[in-house]
Ligand binder design. Structure first.
Ligand code: AHR
Length: 486
């Protein structure tokens, strides 16, 4: 067992951890919306306006702060008018990006906004630039947020919603360097300026506009759009980064069957996000002190499960995914001065999902449990923390973040080593703990929850001793420990 010292200084506040860092992303892709979140009002599965009640409860439990919708690539082919009004009359379309399946538009604007209200999360719209018009986008904002008299607000009322909804987060396009129109940064940036001009702040609603940012390490994209957009028209730009062990989309590998070497490659690839954030934000800072990064697509991308539609991106989720989530969220916390939001891809049944469903059954994945264990970081203040470390496979084994919030001090530690446990002696300055509530998530790294057993990986209570100078606790190999001190 490695004996490690750690230190926390509660008086040394670094940055505010926006609760939106704990966001999710939901796309009309595979079984994320249909046969996932949304089963329809007539389903025998208990639902509220067609949305599964157990999913609503699960999202409430992790205090889901924000949900991005309707895509992804789907967003730049989505025409919001198809998804309002009488469901019987809504036009059907082909979902060309994701499996060529029929989209019947039964889940649209009202269904999404009502669901967000039910969950208590902010809606985050990703609006169509690739194949949509300026008028279409402007109308959508007016339809959703205008409280006065206008043909669009009246139409919303006729469709059953008297009062407008609040809409803060608005993404103007998605991946416009790729599926969102294959644009050059200069062209997109000009389009961005034009589209956003007509997205008005109606009836006291204030939009937080997000420009479509770079893919991975495309620093040229960031440089160009920052130069043209600046911070006059946008609050943030997005960043997309998926963890693929080989770093190559053509060789993603299995979600459940991997060697130790591939496990460490996965963690190493996931950790790249730290450098990406630093480099993109350094470029952004040359143009603005205020612009933020919204990491609105992140997570593991593996091969689809055998026998499933390749266009549905359905993958299992093991203890490896939990380690990726823990390390990534510690990084986002540590970079919360520049990262204002992050959205794991995706919420249900797609990629690194927090929830998997099959018929009426629902499974909370190891990744879900990390979101649950980290939730008291939401809207708290990051404080200085340091852990003496040891190396495993060329990486620091222990990652941590510590914050002070309403409920006390939250500390999250992850030990990525598959074979070395650690004991942490942590001195804490400026905060005297009376009570420690701790949970641990650990297990053999290939273990996953499924519909036969949904509890193979689940958090359990963990022992933390309160010492004269702080706390001390064990951090087993391949484990994540969250501690709430009060
Ligand atoms: O999350 C799956 C897809 O990945 C999204 O639709 C797209 O934005 C990204 O390329």
């Amino acid at each position: 067992m490695k004996k490690l010292c750690a230190a926390v200084n509660a008086a040394d506040k670094r940055s505010h951890i926006n609760r939106e860092i704990y966001g999710n992303f939901s796309e009309h892709l595979g079984r994320c919306i249909y046969n996932g979140i949304y089963v329809g009002e007539n389903s025998s599965i208990p639902n509220t306006n067609g949305v599964r009640k157990d999913i609503i409860e699960a999202f409430k439990e992790i205090r889901l702060p924000v949900l991005r919708w309707p895509g992804g690539c789907f967003a730049d082919e989505y025409h919001w008018r198809d998804g309002i009004g009488d469901k019987e009359k809504r036009p059907k379309m082909v979902n060309t990006h994701w499996g060529g399946v029929t989209e019947d538009n039964s889940f649209g604007t009202h269904e999404f906004f009502d669901m967000c209200e039910e969950i208590g999360c902010e809606p985050y719209l990703s609006a169509n630039v690739g194949s949509g018009t300026v008028e279409e986008m402007a109308d959508w904002i007016e339809y959703i947020t205008f409280d006065g008299v206008s043909p669009l607000a009246d139409e919303r009322r006729r469709n059953g919603r008297e009062k407008p909804w609040k809409l803060k987060y608005l993404g103007i396009g998605n991946e416009n360097w790729g599926c969102g129109g294959n644009m050059r940064p200069e062209y997109y940036a000009d389009l961005y300026r034009r589209y956003q001009t007509y997205c008005r702040n109606f009836s006291g609603n204030e939009l937080y506009k997000i420009a479509s940012g770079p893919n991975v390490d495309d620093y040229n994209w960031t440089e160009k759009i920052m130069g043209i957009i600046g911070d006059w028209h946008a609050k943030a730009i997005s960043l997309h980064y998926y963890t693929i062990p080989s770093g190559d989309f053509a060789h993603k590998g299995s979600a459940v069957d991997f060697t130790d070497e591939v496990y460490y490659q996965t963690i190493s690839q996931a950790s790249r996000i730290e450098k990406l954030i630093d480099k993109h934000s350094a470029i952004m800072k040359r143009y603005s002190d205020n612009m933020k990064l919204v990491v609105d697509e992140w997570g593991c991308w593996f091969d689809v499960e055998e026998g499933t539609n390749p266009g549905f991106l359905y993958q299992q989720n093991t203890m490896r995914d939990a380690m990726v989530a823990a390390v990534s969220l510690n990084i986002f916390n540590s970079r919360s001065d520049v990262v204002s939001m992050a959205n794991i891809a995706q919420a249900v049944n797609v990629l690194q999902a927090v929830i998997l469903t099959e018929g009426e059954k629902l499974v909370k994945t190891p990744t879900y449990h990390i979101f649950n264990m980290y939730k008291t970081h939401q809207d708290s203040e990051l404080v200085y923390s340091f852990t003496e470390n040891f190396e495993t496979n060329g990486m620091s084994a222990v990652s941590q973040s510590v914050s002070l919030g309403k409920e006390g001090m939250t500390m999250t530690f992850a030990n990525i080593s598959l074979d070395e446990a650690a004991h942490i002696d942590c001195s804490i300055l400026g905060f005297k703990a009376k009570k420690a509530q701790a949970r641990i998530l650990t297990g053999e790294v290939h273990t996953f929850n499924d519909f036969a057993d949904g509890n193979r990986i689940a958090p359990s209570e963990h022992t933390v001793d309160i010492t004269d100078s702080g706390i001390s606790f064990d951090l087993p190999a391949c484990s994540v420990v969250s501690i709430l001190l009060s």
